[in-house]
Design a protein around this ligand. Sequence first.
Ligand code: SF4
Length: 370
Amino acid sequence: MAGIYVHIPFCRQKCRYCDFTSFPDKLGFAESYMTCVYHEMAMRQEELKDYVFDTLYIGGGTPSIIDESYIAMLVAAAKKYFKLSDNAEITIEMNPGTVSKEKIELYKKVGINRFSVGLQTAIDSQLEELGRCHTLNQFVTCAKYLSGENFSVDIMIGLKGQTKDDISKSIQVASSFGASHISMYALTPEDGTPIYSDYLNGELPDGDEVASMYDFGVQKLKELGFERYEVSNFCKRGKESRHNLNYWNRGEYIGFGVSASSHIKDVRFTNTFDLDEYFKCVMTNHFPVVNSEKVERQGAMEESIMLAMRTAKGLNLAKFEKSFNCNFRTEYAAALEKNAEFLEEVEGFLRIKPEYLYVQNSIICDFFNE
Ligand code: SF4
């Protein structure tokens, strides 16, 4: 299985917590940018001619902010330059403040069959505090446009002044309007973002409070029929994100656009984060790649463990041993012994027990020190 990712780096305004590659003041470059993305795809056509892609993910930034005709041309370009499987999952990320009924109708018409909507919280004052450019009402309107569609909602935990009731309301709203998938993330105050000052001033909930609120959210999701299939991802049966599952299975994917990363034939590479450099490279028929690294055996083993142990299912031991020609239990005897109480083996998969999934980092680290 392989996937395609396309990064659309434009946003209406910069959210206070955002450290993604997104430009709030450059929407005027959308047409030139998309022309470059189509061209970058054409440049990779020959190299990827033997691949069949099962997913196309249009992320950002805010893909829904640009004119929908560019998105239609993007899907057409992906189908023109690459083989997309007949039932490919095609996802677009949307900000509820930037959608219209017509936009969504066109998305559906061109084959987009999955939608990822950034709600974050159902409390308007918290949306404003985060610097989001939408309200709860706009989310509700967007969700009504998506009625009957396969859509996911993002929710954040650890906001200033957030209570368990607020979390309950956010989850309830997403669920009652038909979301089949919910990504629930703990806010990470990154150095350099405005929200980092709130963190330094002690205005955000501390780690224990966030963990307690997260557990509360997990319970609420469970009550509403959402199964956890990855540390931060929950869905109704059969509604997992195929695109993200491919990442966690250490599958191959190709990324287009500024800052997009790729994993093809055991090489990981990343495009430039600089918009001008991206334009210059693509317009002169050069790949805009700034980092490229061949993943050797040891690195590939560590990646496989790190990614798979984020999932509720865990690591497929037989597949791992076959891929790396080793005995897992011998290779990782010390880490297995040290973490015995946190781990379990179920039907040939080694996984972190569900109640410890939230603290998986420290467990996984022990496998890197073998
Ligand atoms: S909408 Fe997303 S990408 Fe854009 S500024 Fe906000 S968090 Fe960043």
